[in-house]
Design a protein around this ligand. Sequence first.
Ligand SMILES: [Zn+2]
Ligand SMILES: [Zn+2]
Length: 286
Amino acid sequence: MLFGAHVSAAGGISKAIDRVQEIRGNAVQVFTQSPRMWRPTEHAPEELERFRARRRQARVKHVSCHALYLVNLASRDRTIRRQSFAALHATLDTARGIDADAVVFHVGSHLGYGFREAVKRVAPMLRDLLELTTDDLWLCMENTAGAGGTIGRGIDELEALCDAVGGHPRLGVCIDSCHWWASGVDVSDPDALDTAVAELDAGLGLERLRCLHVNDSKTPLGSNRDRHDYVGRGLIGDGLATFLSHPAFAQLPALVETWESADDLERMRALRRRGRRRRAALSRSR
Ligand SMILES: [Zn+2]
Ligand SMILES: [Zn+2]
């Protein structure tokens, strides 16, 4: 497993590598522009080049770019849809410029008008965006906590979108532990987690799972509210050991989005070790 964090790209996107190296991570996630503004950031070619060079030096094995929070491919408002498409296009362009492995995004929300109709809006744009992926760069939909018509509250919705674009080979998923928990998946329980992973494998195929967001939750299981907490300090707490040690996740990048220091990455590593020991004990006793 790779361990890393979402870090700031302030002062130039290549600074992200410096920042993740400081906290001893070997995977990183960045915003390629301000997540709360539509206006894209222009990156100087030298910055993109420095990013690639620094990444090699720092031995960072995975790079994700997180798209803006404003994106809503399912909006009924044509302007919002157009802006969302343009923002994802710009994110994919920068992602290619820094040799990123994934662009992670939230599909959006149908705001109550219904998922079936939303698929008809989302699919054509998704198909066009997937044209901008490469053999190395995937476009990954993130699961959501499930509030207010958000798309991706269940694996079935992500599966339906995948089907709607003909199962494009570079359409991936990113699973966020806090969002799964909030949407009702008890990631701290080995059997519940096994069931959810089996559903993911049956519906989308585990090869589409490209990265993990590892966040604890301030709100209870099934609360449908997205409130991150520091790893091991929230309501999932020590239960994140179960999530981090799932065998299906062994080769994935685990990116923490809510953190303070290198200690947060250390806690993730420690939780994974603890989870593995528990799993070994459990399989011996069964
Ligand atoms: Zn996330
Ligand atoms: Zn979240």
